[in-house]
Ligand binder design. Structure first.
Ligand code: SF4
Length: 389
C-alpha cells in the first residue's frame, strides 16, 4: 500500500528523490542519516522490519489484484500484465472518479512487464507504466480511449508501479526491470509534472537507479507538452531520455480522423517542435506508426510518412495494429506490414517493426483499459453525463 502521508505523517518515498525525502524527513527521530537509510531500504524492498519508527514496515507497493500472462517466443518467455489499484478521491476530477469514490471502489491501474531479447541474445525486461487512469485523448484505435479520463496518477503512484512489478511479480521470477516506457494507460504529457517527477525518482541512483537512457516517454504529440519537454531535455542528464511520438498517419486528413489531438496541433506544428529536439549522441526520436489496414497502409502513405520524417533526427517504428474490443479494423496481414516497412526503409529512413507481444491478453500497445470502467463510461454517456479532463 502506498504510504498515506496524512495517516503516518510521513511523505511517500515513491514520490520523492532521495534528496527530497531526506529533506522532508530531517526533522524526524534519527534525522537525515536514518531517513537516508530508510529510503534506500524502502526503495530496494530490503527487510524494513528492523528500521526504527516511523519507517518500520512501510511497504510502498500498490495492491496487486491480478496478473494476466501471455506467452511469447520460448527464448523470451511471457509478457505479464500486472493489475493494481489506486484510490478514488472525494474531490475527483471526473464523474467516473467521483462515482467510484461514492461507491467505495478503487480505480484500476495496468502495467505490463515485457521481455526483450537483444541482438546479443541478452534477455532484459521493460516495464510499460500508466500515467493516468483512462485517457482524454480519444485515439480511435485505442482501448484506453474508450474509458475517457478518470484521473491523473501521482508521481508516487507511477513509481509504485515499478516497485510493485519489481518486488512482487519479478521477485519470484528472477527478472530485473531495466527499462521503463510510458506507453500504458494515459497520455504522459497530459500529466507532465507528475511524469517528470516520477522520472527523477526512477533514475535516482539512491533509489530505483534506472538509466535515463532506459526511460522512454511516448506521446501522441501534444505540442505544448513537447515544448516543455524540450526545455527539460536541455537540462543535465535529461538529453538521453527516450522520446517516442505516436504519429500513426501520413497526413492531416487521416490523422484528424483517428487522433483528435491533430485537430488542435497539426502535423506541421508537430514536425516543427521535433526539429532540433535536444538529443545526446545518436539517440534518435522514435516515430511510432500503428499500421491499420485500409486506413494508413497504402504505398502513397509510406511516401508521405517519409516526407514527414525527413527533416527529423529519428527512427520509424512500424507497429502492426492490435485490434481493440469492438474494433472496426482487423490486424494487418504480415505481407502488408513488410511491404510498408520496406518502402519506408528503401527511402533511406531507419525503420524497425515491432513484434506484437501480449495481444491475447489485451496487454499490447493501445490495448490497456478495463472493461469495468468502459462499462461505466457507457452508462454515464447514456445518462447524459460526461467525463472531464
Ligand atoms: S493511444 Fe495513448 S494517447 Fe491515445 S487514447 Fe490511447 S492511451 Fe490515450
Amino acid at each position: 500500500m502506498v504510504i498515506d502521508p496524512a495517516q503516518h505523517c510521513l511523505p511517500d518515498p515513491m514520490g520523492l528523490t532521495h534528496a527530497q525525502w531526506v529533506d522532508a524527513c530531517a526533522h524526524l527521530p534519527g534525522g537525515r542519516v536514518e531517513a537516508s537509510v530508510a529510503y534506500k531500504k524502502l526503495m530496494r524492498d530490503a527487510d524494513s522490519s528492523l528500521l526504527p519508527e516511523p519507517y518500520r514496515n512501510r511497504s510502498p507497493w500498490l495492491p496487486v489484484v491480478g496478473e494476466q500472462r501471455s506467452m511469447g517466443p520460448e527464448a523470451e518467455g511471457e509478457t505479464v500484465k500486472v493489475l493494481t489499484e489506486v484510490p478514488a478521491r472525494a474531490e475527483g476530477v471526473s464523474h467516473a472518479e467521483k462515482r467510484a469514490y461514492e461507491e467505495g471502489r478503487m480505480l484500476p491501474v495496468e502495467s505490463v512487464v515485457i521481455p526483450m531479447l537483444g541482438s546479443t541474445g541478452k534477455l532484459t525486461h521493460t516495464l510499460c507504466v500508466s500515467s493516468q487512469v483512462g485517457c482524454a485523448m480519444g485515439c480511435e484505435f485505442c482501448e484506453t480511449a474508450q474509458m475517457g479520463l478518470v484521473r491523473n496518477l501521482t508521481a508516487a503512484e507511477i513509481v509504485a508501479q515499478w516497485h510493485t512489478a519489481q518486488f512482487t511479480h519479478c521477485r519470484n521470477t528472477g527478472k530485473t526491470i531495466k527499462n521503463i516506457v510510458f506507453m500504458g494507460m494515459g497520455e504522459p504529457l497530459d500529466n507532465l509534472d507528475n511524469v517528470l517527477q516520477a522520472i527523477s525518482v526512477l533514475t535516482d541512483n539512491n533509489g530505483p537507479g534506472i538509466s535515463p537512457r532506459g526511460v522512454t516517454v511516448s506521446t501522441v504529440g501534444r505540442v505544448d507538452g513537447l515544448r516543455r519537454l524540450r526545455e527539460q531535455c536541455l537540462k543535465t542528464g535529461w538529453r538521453r531520455l527516450g522520446i517516442a511520438i505516436s504519429v500513426n498517419a501520413p497526413n492531416d486528413r487521416v490523422r484528424d480522423a483517428i487522433m483528435p489531438v491533430n485537430r488542435k496541433w497539426n502535423m506541421a506544428q508537430l514536425q516543427e517542435v521535433l526539429i532540433d529536439f535536444p538529443r545526446s549522441g545518436n539517440v534518435p526520436i522514435m516515430i511510432e506508426y500503428v499500421l491499420i489496414p485500409g486506413v494508413n497502409d497504402a504505398d502513397q502513405h509510406a511516401d508521405e510518412l517519409v516526407e514527414f520524417v525527413r527533416p527529423l533526427h529519428c527512427a520509424v517504428n512500424i507497429i502492426p495494429y492490435n485490434p481493440r474490443r469492438d474494433s472496426p479494423w482487423p490486424a494487418p496481414e504480415e505481407a502488408d506490414v513488410e511491404r510498408f516497412a520496406n518502402r519506408v526503409k528503401s527511402a533511406g529512413v531507419f525503420t524497425k517493426r515491432r513484434r506484437t507481444k501480449g495481444r491475447d491478453q489485451m496487454a499490447a500497445c493501445g490495448q490497456l483499459g478495463t472493461q469495468h470502467i468502459r462499462g461505466r463510461k457507457m452508462i454515464e454517456l447514456t445518462t447524459g453525463e460526461t467525463d472531464q479532463a
